[in-house]
Design a protein around this ligand. Structure first.
Ligand SMILES: Cc1cc2nc3c(=O)[nH]c(=O)nc-3n(C[C@H](O)[C@H](O)[C@H](O)COP(=O)(O)OP(=O)(O)OC[C@H]3O[C@@H](n4cnc5c(N)ncnc54)[C@H](O)[C@@H]3O)c2cc1C
Length: 430
């Protein structure tokens, strides 16, 4: 890393978007001579959204274009070194009540796109997947065999190490504090320790930190919300471990949409879960909705400080108990220890983990140029992973790479997977 060099591309942020762009832009034959990535914390920190050992990847989607992108992602991930170490195919289930909008859309898009899938209702589902025997007769499910699990920590380790170290650089623990657009097409980036880096192109991949970042550096007020989510590791019983009932080899990932089938409360439910894979003896489940205002609109910098001083507010009791009750009703008795108290769960290290969702109003990503004072198309951004961005990382990296290599018009589609540029326009959040 040299401060007197002019880089061809400077990337801010080492989450999955920044890491994937770095990977795509530094591959052999890529058009950037020198690329630099700056990260404010150590590379494998947990103060963003890309940490952990499992993320769902699925092609059965309730949206045509995301389904298309996910198919492309499944084609592209194997090009990354050690792919077999960070992916497992499990198949996936989308579950809801018969008239659930999301599950019906998943079935529709899968049919339109000719994706292999199976529609299962009530008893058919219970018969095929005895892990879900508690689900009632009016359950609609779409099973897609292509779904699986990606390991974020392993993927990012490869993306951020498999490059030509003579040409390109990664600098951690340097926070971008100022961005100066020069008249000569050169952008100067100044970091927290006073270092100055010069670059021709800049890509900003700062996840949940985007709202403050775009206000501070470009005076943009974006419609964007940060939510705190959590996931929980549930202990398997000895019987489940010995009989391998809930392992990745024989149990799919699942997403439960819509209303809670066991509650007369109008509880908006979206839970999802993973079989035993990342941690021997545990399955994992998570929530996709917040349970109250406490988890909305907080400042990622404050959360980062709380994590550093071990003072993060524990996850709400009602939230954990609702998830526990749901699992108790769905999974047959005797496989998972679902009687642990809130205190036991919260007090055991790494049983309940928090993470941030960064949501745009439509839950669509933004992959676009940033409108700058000069009007030049030399600064791009990815933001709004909105709880489902990880799986697309490798495709998002290539989309940003396309934007940075040459000016791409808003009327065109991304070459990598034929999604119209308009879908991910920054205008949606301005
Ligand atoms: C609990 C949870 C479960 C999820 N499950 C799934 C799933 O199953 N499947 C799926 O596909 N997706 C899932 N997602 C979504 C996915 O993980 C995110 O969309 C994705 O990781 C976002 O990546 P990112 O690179 O945009 O942001 P981040 O990972 O947050 O990276 C941004 C980086 O920018 C750095 N940065 C910020 N400001 C600065 C600065 N000033 N200077 C330098 N660096 C800076 C940050 O430190 C951070 O490292 C989940 C997310 C969460 C939270």
């Amino acid at each position: 890393m040299q401060q007197d060099l002019i880089y061809d591309l400077l990337i801010v942020g080492s989450g999955i978007a920044g890491a994937s762009l770095f990977h795509q832009a530094t591959r052999d034959g890529a058009s950037f001579g020198r690329v630099l990535l700056l990260e404010q914390f150590e590379l494998m920190h947990s103060k963003g959204s890309s940490h952990g050992e499992s993320r769902i990847i699925r092609v059965a989607y309730d949206d045509y274009h995301y389904s298309l992108m996910a198919t492309k992602a499944l084609e592209m991930w194997p090009s990354v070194k050690d792919f077999e170490n960070f992916f497992v195919k499990t198949g996936g289930l989308d579950i809801g009540q018969l008239d659930d909008e999301n599950v019906n859309k998943v079935a529709k898009v899968s049919k339109e796109r000719g994706i292999e899938h199976e529609v299962l209702i009530g008893a058919q589902l219970r018969q095929k997947f005895p892990q879900f025997t508690g689900l009632p007769d009016d359950t609609l499910a779409v099973y897609s065999p292509e779904a699986g699990i990606l390991n974020p920590n392993k993927i990012r380790t490869v993306l951020l190490s498999d490059y030509d170290h003579e040409k390109h650089s990664i600098v951690e623990k340097e926070r971008v504090e100022s961005i100066i657009e020069g008249e000569d097409d050169i952008i100067t980036v100044v970091t927290s320790s006073g270092k100055r880096f010069q670059t021709r192109k800049l890509s900003i991949c700062v996840g949940a930190y985007s709202k403050k970042f775009l206000k501070q550096h470009f005076d943009l007020d974006i419609k964007f919300e940060v939510l705190r989510m959590c996931y929980v590791y549930w202990k398997l019983t000895e019987k489940a471990v010995q009989e391998n009932v809930l392992t990745a080899a024989n149990s799919p990932i699942w997403i439960a949409w819509g209303l809670d089938p066991f509650s007369d409360r109008p509880l908006d439910l979206a839970y999802y879960g993973f079989p035993e894979w990342e941690k021997k003896g545990y399955i994992k489940s998570a929530t996709h909705k917040v349970f109250g205002d406490l988890e909305r609109g907080f400042d990622p910098d404050e959360r980062a400080q709380q994590i550093d001083s071990n003072q993060e507010r524990p996850v709400e009791k009602e939230k954990l108990q609702a998830m526990q009750t749901y699992l108790k009703k769905v999974i047959p008795e005797g496989l998972v220890k679902l009687d642990e108290s809130y205190e036991e769960l919260i007090n055991e290290k790494d049983r309940v983990v928090t993470c941030m969702y960064e949501m745009t109003p439509t839950e669509d990503f933004v992959i676009d140029y940033i409108p700058t004072k000069s009007g030049k198309k030399n600064i791009s951004t990815f933001l709004g992973g909105s709880g489902h961005g990880f799986k697309f990382g490798i495709v998002v990296g290539e989309m940003l790479n396309e934007l940075m290599k040459k000016e791409v018009s808003i009327d065109s589609s991304f070459e990598v997977c034929s999604v119209p540029r308009e879908k991910f326009s920054i205008n949606h959040i301005l």
